[in-house]
Design a protein around this ligand. Structure first.
Ligand code: UDP
Length: 328
């Protein structure tokens, strides 16, 4: 199938494009490199360096599907500049939906997020857990889910939204490279690299040690980017005309921040320092998915645990050299 991957030069989009191509699909990437990296797109994959609002220039009826990951995705930025999220996520995705309808492209897999649930309590979240996003980022992704439900019903689109929990690890050499980097595992790996180099370094920080959890730190459901990418292939196969499916992608297992810190120490064989810091604004204490629906509908079962995520992310960044690509 000919498939357009929007955001295919990003951390997750690059992995999704690679897995789709390995599965025999004809993959093309649309990414304006506003946050992505050109080298995340394989040399033999056509790369359209265009913003999403110009996607109609690329789509034609020979495309069988779009996998849509292009988005703004920083919670803090979304609080300070919500308008960027209404334009960048909602308005630009409407341009995509319009272009798909005009070109007759029948299938869409959409990159959604656990942030649509907000602070939803400590039980594993199922897809009909009430959605109460606590920031414009989550609200913009939820608005798109509503758009897709209506588009499927009115115009027959086959749509699947995948609500990602905490994505980590590396798919081969494709690791996380955000600037600024806010995520726990990359921050810990940076501290471990600096510790090993013997330089003075900023200790990693643990945000919040007074949560009502087993060790006082926040619990998250970490999922390996390769497992996540695999779910997109299955979602495309299972998309049905006129239907919008919503699926959580997590492992059902929560890990505390302290447990992640300990696992990073073990995998990287460093005694990295982690200092206790106040809670980060807007962080819910616990976010764990029930992956039961994705397993039932797609036959998708995540295989790789937190240690594999850390080991793969560590291998990807040490392979390219810590000093030349500190955010790799
Ligand atoms: N966190 C931390 N130190 C860091 C970065 C994150 O303690 O340097 C915590 C954060 O407060 C949250 C968890 O680790 O409880 C996961 O954060 P991350 O930013 O990786 O993902 P999020 O859950 O916010 O999407």
């Amino acid at each position: 199938m000919r498939i357009l991957v929007t955001g295919g030069a990003g951390y997750i989009g690059g992995a999704v494009a690679a897995v789709l191509a390995a599965d025999g699909h004809d993959v093309e990437v649309l990414d304006d490199l506003s946050t992505g990296h050109a080298d995340a797109v394989a040399a033999d994959v056509p790369h359209h360096r265009l913003p999403l609002r110009r996607v109609e220039e690329v789509l034609d009826p020979t495309f069988g599907a779009v996998v849509h990951l292009a988005a703004r995705s920083l919670v803090g930025e979304s609080m300070e500049h919500p308008e960027r999220y209404w334009h960048g996520n909602i308005v630009e995705t409407l341009a995509l939906i319009d272009a798909m309808r005009a070109a007759g492209v029948p299938r869409l897999v959409f990159s959604s997020t656990a942030a649509v649930y907000g602070d939803a309590g400590s039980e594993p979240l199922v897809e009909d857990t009430p959605t109460r996003p606590t920031n414009p980022y989550g609200a913009s992704k939820l608005a798109i889910d509503h758009m897709l439900t209506a588009e499927a019903r009115a115009h027959g689109l086959a749509a699947v939204s995948l609500r990602y929990f905490n994505v980590a690890g590396a798919h081969g050499h494709l690791g996380e490279r955000h600037d600024p980097e806010t995520h726990l595992i990359p921050n810990l790996l940076t501290a471990a690299q600096q510790h090993r180099s013997g330089d003075d370094y900023q200790p990693a920080r643990i945000f919040g040690t007074d949560y009502p959890t087993r060790d006082g730190t926040a619990v998250r459901d970490y999922i390996h980017v390769s497992d996540l990418a695999e779910a997109h292939v299955l979602a495309l196969e299972h998309a049905r005309p006129g239907t919008h499916e919503i699926l959580n992608l997590g492992t059902g297992t929560g890990t505390t921040v302290r447990e992640v810190v300990e696992a990073v120490r073990e995998v990287t064989e460093t005694d990295l320092a982690a200092e206790e810091a106040p809670r980060r604004a807007g962080d819910p204490p616990v976010l764990v998915a029930s992956g039961a629906r994705a397993e039932r509908l797609l036959g998708w079962v995540p295989r790789l645990g937190v240690r594999a995520m850390i080991a793969d992310a560590w291998a990807a960044r040490t392979a390219v050299g810590s000093e030349s690509r500190p955010d790799a």
